[in-house]
Design a protein around this ligand. Structure first.
Ligand code: COA
Length: 230
């Protein structure tokens, strides 16, 4: 199957959201943070992911994988959203703040309309606090890290090299710039092996503990690799 990797465009969003929902159906973090499954509202979840994708077009390095031989030209097989590295001394710009507020306002509007859709808000904040703790500890490189925030491949398309091709768009860039990459995986098996094949190594386990119900996340870092001379 011929695969192309391009930047996410508005037309890809519905299919990108479907890929995220399908790939994360039984994801341990998803099951932990949406633990009351009777309240899970997939429509609200689609709207929320759509807001994130639109924000990602403007603020992230957001790639999609497509089958170029398919007639469905906007159908997406997988996605990877990376946050660009932020040097420690760089302060948040007004434009970035505005983008943050804009996404926040859209989410507030969505919550007013749909409610929380089954999201366990306490657990969400436990995760946020742990994430910030882990990143403060691990991100010692003052030049910052390319942060692989979301990566999924549709369940029927996994194991065919699509994830590696998606991640490669940014790992290539990181290697050219001599910068590090970072991710938090919600599974050790098989994801750690998969990410090791992309050059990452395990650094720390993040335990998000809600009164004994623990969600484990596995923090991994990738060192820049030497680029062969052209
Ligand atoms: C994780 C994920 C994005 C990887 O994408 P993928 O297309 O399946 O991965 P690839 O086919 O590109 O495989 C990359 C490498 O991992 C290896 N690999 C793939 N599946 C593997 C498995 N189950 N066990 C061990 N190694 C595996 C491949 O052989 C390849 O290594 P190689 O280049 O040395 O041959 C995809 O499996 C997925 O969406 N999983 C569910 C959602 C998820 O967990 N997302 C990540 C959240 S942190």
């Amino acid at each position: 199957m011929p695969i192309s990797i391009t930047r996410l465009a508005e037309a890809h969003i519905p299919s990108a959201v479907t890929a995220i929902q399908e790939a994360f159906k039984d994801d341990p973090y998803n099951l932990w943070v949406y633990n009351d499954r009777a309240k899970l509202d997939l429509n609200r979840n689609r709207v929320s992911l759509g807001i994130r994708c639109k924000w990602g077009i403007r603020n992230a390095l957001f790639y999609v994988a497509k089958d170029t031989s398919s007639d469905a030209k906007d159908e997406v097989l997988g996605i990877a959203m990376w946050m660009p590295p932020r040097p420690t001394e760089l302060k948040e710009s007004w434009a970035e703040r505005f983008e943050g507020w804009r996404m926040w306002a859209q989410q507030v509007r969505m919550n007013l309309w749909y409610g929380r859709g089954g999201l366990n808000v306490k657990r969400y904040w436990i995760w946020k606090a742990k994430q910030s703790e882990a990143q403060n500890e691990i991100w010692t490189d003052p030049r910052g890290y390319y942060f692989l925030n979301i990566m999924v491949v549709l369940p029927g398309q996994q194991g065919k090299g699509i994830g590696k091709a998606l991640a490669g768009e940014v790992t290539k860039l990181a290697d050219q710039e001599g910068k590090r990459c970072y991710l938090e995986s919600s599974r050790d098996v098989p994801n750690m092996k998969i990410y090791e094949a992309m050059g990452f190594h395990f650094v720390e386990q993040m335990d998000c503990d809600d009164d004994g119900e623990v969600c484990k996340l596995f923090c991994m870092v990738r060192e820049p690799q030497s680029v062969p001379p052209t």
